[in-house]
Design a protein around this ligand. Sequence first.
Ligand code: THU
Length: 138
Amino acid sequence: MEDHVHLKTQLNKDKLLDVLTKSHSPYSKFRVSAQIVEKLSGESFFGCNVENASFGATICAERSAISSMVSNVGSKAEIKEVHIVSDMEEPVSPCGVCRQSLVEFSTSETRVYVYAKDMKSFNVFSMSDLLPHAFVSF
Ligand code: THU
Protein backbone atom coordinates (compact mmCIF):
# COMPACT_ATOMS: atom_id res chain seq x y z
CA MET A 1 0.00 0.00 0.00
CA GLU A 2 1.21 3.49 -0.74
CA ASP A 3 2.18 5.57 2.28
CA HIS A 4 -0.17 8.45 1.45
CA VAL A 5 -3.13 6.16 2.08
CA HIS A 6 -1.97 5.62 5.66
CA LEU A 7 -1.76 9.39 6.11
CA LYS A 8 -5.12 10.25 4.58
CA THR A 9 -7.30 7.54 6.08
CA GLN A 10 -8.00 6.19 9.55
CA LEU A 11 -7.28 2.59 8.57
CA ASN A 12 -6.45 0.49 11.64
CA LYS A 13 -4.63 -2.31 9.86
CA ASP A 14 -3.69 -4.28 12.98
CA LYS A 15 -7.25 -4.32 14.32
CA LEU A 16 -8.75 -5.08 10.89
CA LEU A 17 -6.44 -8.10 10.53
CA ASP A 18 -7.16 -9.19 14.12
CA VAL A 19 -10.92 -9.10 13.44
CA LEU A 20 -10.30 -11.18 10.29
CA THR A 21 -9.08 -13.99 12.57
CA LYS A 22 -12.42 -13.85 14.45
CA SER A 23 -14.46 -14.71 11.33
CA HIS A 24 -16.94 -17.57 11.77
CA SER A 25 -16.74 -19.11 8.30
CA PRO A 26 -16.71 -22.92 8.63
CA TYR A 27 -18.79 -23.38 5.46
CA SER A 28 -17.12 -21.13 2.89
CA LYS A 29 -13.70 -21.01 4.64
CA PHE A 30 -13.64 -17.44 3.32
CA ARG A 31 -12.84 -14.86 5.98
CA VAL A 32 -13.79 -11.19 5.64
CA SER A 33 -13.40 -8.26 8.02
CA ALA A 34 -14.49 -4.63 7.79
CA GLN A 35 -13.68 -1.37 9.57
CA ILE A 36 -16.16 1.50 9.36
CA VAL A 37 -14.94 4.98 10.31
CA GLU A 38 -18.00 6.88 11.51
CA LYS A 39 -18.02 10.62 10.85
CA LEU A 40 -19.99 12.13 13.77
CA SER A 41 -18.21 10.21 16.55
CA GLY A 42 -14.86 9.85 14.79
CA GLU A 43 -14.87 6.28 16.04
CA SER A 44 -14.25 3.03 14.19
CA PHE A 45 -16.49 -0.02 14.28
CA PHE A 46 -15.42 -3.48 13.15
CA GLY A 47 -17.14 -6.63 11.97
CA CYS A 48 -16.40 -10.02 10.46
CA ASN A 49 -18.57 -12.47 8.55
CA VAL A 50 -20.65 -14.76 10.75
CA GLU A 51 -21.90 -17.81 8.88
CA ASN A 52 -24.72 -20.17 9.80
CA ALA A 53 -25.64 -23.78 9.00
CA SER A 54 -28.76 -22.22 7.49
CA PHE A 55 -26.71 -20.39 4.87
CA GLY A 56 -29.17 -17.54 4.32
CA ALA A 57 -28.76 -16.50 7.96
CA THR A 58 -25.11 -15.58 7.30
CA ILE A 59 -24.15 -11.96 7.93
CA CYS A 60 -21.34 -10.37 5.94
CA ALA A 61 -18.49 -8.45 7.57
CA GLU A 62 -19.76 -5.11 6.27
CA ARG A 63 -23.26 -5.53 7.73
CA SER A 64 -21.77 -6.84 10.96
CA ALA A 65 -19.76 -3.58 11.23
CA ILE A 66 -22.86 -1.50 10.35
CA SER A 67 -24.77 -3.17 13.21
CA SER A 68 -21.99 -2.30 15.63
CA MET A 69 -21.86 1.30 14.34
CA VAL A 70 -25.61 1.90 14.66
CA SER A 71 -25.78 0.16 18.04
CA ASN A 72 -23.15 2.57 19.35
CA VAL A 73 -23.79 5.84 17.49
CA GLY A 74 -27.46 5.53 16.65
CA SER A 75 -29.60 6.06 13.62
CA LYS A 76 -27.89 9.28 12.47
CA ALA A 77 -24.53 7.52 12.00
CA GLU A 78 -22.61 8.52 8.85
CA ILE A 79 -19.99 6.39 7.17
CA LYS A 80 -16.77 8.27 6.35
CA GLU A 81 -14.63 5.32 5.32
CA VAL A 82 -14.98 1.58 4.97
CA HIS A 83 -11.93 -0.71 4.89
CA ILE A 84 -12.49 -4.33 3.82
CA VAL A 85 -10.03 -7.21 3.72
CA SER A 86 -10.41 -10.91 2.96
CA ASP A 87 -8.31 -14.01 2.37
CA MET A 88 -8.12 -13.39 -1.37
CA GLU A 89 -4.95 -12.49 -3.26
CA GLU A 90 -6.90 -9.73 -5.01
CA PRO A 91 -9.19 -7.09 -3.42
CA VAL A 92 -12.83 -8.26 -3.12
CA SER A 93 -15.71 -5.77 -3.41
CA PRO A 94 -18.78 -5.82 -1.15
CA CYS A 95 -21.75 -7.97 -2.20
CA GLY A 96 -24.94 -6.38 -3.48
CA VAL A 97 -26.81 -6.68 -0.19
CA CYS A 98 -23.95 -4.96 1.64
CA ARG A 99 -23.83 -2.18 -0.96
CA GLN A 100 -27.50 -1.46 -0.31
CA SER A 101 -26.90 -1.53 3.46
CA LEU A 102 -23.84 0.74 3.22
CA VAL A 103 -25.61 3.33 1.06
CA GLU A 104 -28.22 3.85 3.80
CA PHE A 105 -25.50 5.49 5.98
CA SER A 106 -23.26 6.93 3.24
CA THR A 107 -22.76 10.32 1.60
CA SER A 108 -21.05 11.42 -1.62
CA GLU A 109 -17.86 11.72 0.46
CA THR A 110 -17.91 8.12 1.69
CA ARG A 111 -14.99 6.05 0.43
CA VAL A 112 -14.77 2.25 0.35
CA TYR A 113 -11.27 0.70 0.36
CA VAL A 114 -10.96 -2.97 -0.57
CA TYR A 115 -7.64 -4.67 0.11
CA ALA A 116 -5.87 -7.84 -1.00
CA LYS A 117 -4.92 -10.11 1.89
CA ASP A 118 -1.39 -8.70 2.07
CA MET A 119 -2.97 -5.22 2.44
CA LYS A 120 -0.53 -3.96 -0.20
CA SER A 121 -2.81 -3.67 -3.22
CA PHE A 122 -6.20 -2.05 -2.91
CA ASN A 123 -9.00 -0.31 -4.80
CA VAL A 124 -11.01 2.67 -3.63
CA PHE A 125 -14.60 3.44 -4.59
CA SER A 126 -17.37 5.92 -3.87
CA MET A 127 -20.79 4.48 -3.11
CA SER A 128 -22.09 5.75 -6.45
CA ASP A 129 -19.31 3.73 -8.13
CA LEU A 130 -20.51 0.64 -6.28
CA LEU A 131 -24.26 1.22 -6.44
CA PRO A 132 -25.37 3.69 -9.12
CA HIS A 133 -29.03 4.76 -9.09
CA ALA A 134 -29.42 3.45 -5.54
CA PHE A 135 -32.81 3.02 -3.92
CA VAL A 136 -32.66 5.38 -0.91
CA SER A 137 -36.20 6.47 -0.06
CA PHE A 138 -39.86 5.81 -0.72
N1 THU B 1 -18.92 -12.07 2.52
C1 THU B 1 -18.71 -10.93 3.25
O1 THU B 1 -18.48 -10.99 4.47
N2 THU B 1 -18.76 -9.74 2.59
C2 THU B 1 -19.01 -9.60 1.26
O2 THU B 1 -19.22 -8.49 0.79
C3 THU B 1 -18.99 -10.79 0.40
C4 THU B 1 -19.27 -12.07 1.11
C5 THU B 1 -18.89 -13.36 3.22
C6 THU B 1 -20.24 -14.00 3.40
C7 THU B 1 -19.87 -15.47 3.51
O3 THU B 1 -19.55 -15.75 4.85
C8 THU B 1 -18.61 -15.60 2.68
O4 THU B 1 -18.12 -14.29 2.48
C9 THU B 1 -18.83 -16.27 1.32
O5 THU B 1 -19.84 -15.63 0.61
